[in-house]
Design a protein around this ligand. Sequence first.
Ligand code: 5GP
Length: 176
Amino acid sequence: MNNLKLSQYISEADIQKKVKELGATLSQKFKGKDVVAICVLKGSFVFYSDLVRAINCDISCEFFGVASYHGGTKSSGEVKVTLDLQNPIEDKHVILVEDIVDTGITMNYLKNALISRKPKSLTTVALLEKPDALKVPCEIDHSGFKIPNDFVVGYGLDYQGYYRNLPYIAQVQNFN
Ligand code: 5GP
């Protein structure tokens, strides 16, 4: 697995700068409010842990597990819930934190699933967006970087379970 050729795509410094900007925007938006920040597992756990520490308000943390890639490089188009939220979100301000919006299918699924639980507000955040890969319309309230339709790894994103621990985002040059 470690012999895949990677090229750095977004540096650690650029990611951290963007996370601070997003954190400042969300701190302003939710000033004086109590919010629930939802981490979409597994891919967003690294972004999420940096982002919640950059938001200055009362936050409780929830985790929602979904799978759509099943280990490969193409979305299956089918979203499977692997871990449900532990607590109700009814009447709460909710921030949904995703790693990347590719076809948009997962984000749409998550939005519908959360709206049906009647939050007071729902704000969507994604570190990366691939506008050319969208298959369903998908509006994100706050996004970090728009990238081309290439497969990327690192900063929480995996290839067959690996590379999530890279501190930067990389493109895979060769798949064995
Ligand atoms: P979508 O439903 O928008 O097609 O895909 C959403 C999920 O697919 C993301 O949360 C992420 O887990 C995975 N995904 C999409 N694009 C990439 C990519 O370029 N690299 C990796 N590692 N995962 C991706």
